[in-house]
Design a protein around this ligand. Structure first.
Ligand SMILES: [Zn+2]
Length: 166
């Protein structure tokens, strides 16, 4: 498959304002926990699974199971292909035992680092957190972030956690 086939309206995800375009409502429920997943583009899934599994991904888009207790990560209910946590290269931050728990996958900044920037260094905004932690510096969210979208939103959620601790 050619990469050019992927026409994203907002390729430069980081900094341009997070566009939750991938988060579409659909009726594809996780085959294990039966909850609604989040749509993820094929190219992102291909980058997320271990190299020997890339062929199994095929050409379809997937859903990511967002339940913290569920072992399933990417699944496609049409082709019946599922991947579990162990088959993915990075810990999925929504899963409860994710270690480390990344807030920014591109620059490998963890949720704890973001919280520390808020609690210890007084950062309040994503911009301030990025300046302290180096988050969102090397942005290639389509390949590095498990949802294929900007880390901005995850960082914001970590900031909110940090602010709540103050
Ligand atoms: Zn699930």
């Amino acid at each position: 498959m050619k990469k050019e086939e992927y026409k994203e309206q907002k390729m430069s995800c980081c900094g341009n304002g997070a566009e939750p375009g991938n988060i579409l409502k659909n009726t594809n429920l996780c085959p294990v926990c039966k909850r609604q997943g989040t749509l993820v583009k094929n190219i992102t899934v291909k980058h997320m699974v271990h190299d020997e599994l890339t062929d199994q991904v095929g050409e379809k888009d997937y859903n990511l199971c967002m339940s913290e207790d569920c072992d399933v990560t990417y699944y496609n209910t049409e082709s019946n292909v599922n991947f579990n946590k162990q088959q993915i290269k990075v810990p999925i931050w929504v899963k409860k035992d994710a270690d480390p728990k990344y807030a920014c996958y591109c620059s490998k900044v963890t949720e704890d680092q973001v919280i520390e920037a808020v609690v210890k260094h007084g950062a309040k905004t994503v911009k301030e957190v990025n300046a302290i932690t180096g988050a969102m510096k090397n942005s290639n969210c389509k390949e590095n972030n498990p949802l294929g979208v900007c880390c901005h939103k995850i960082i914001q959620e970590a900031i909110d956690k940090g602010l709540a601790m103050k």
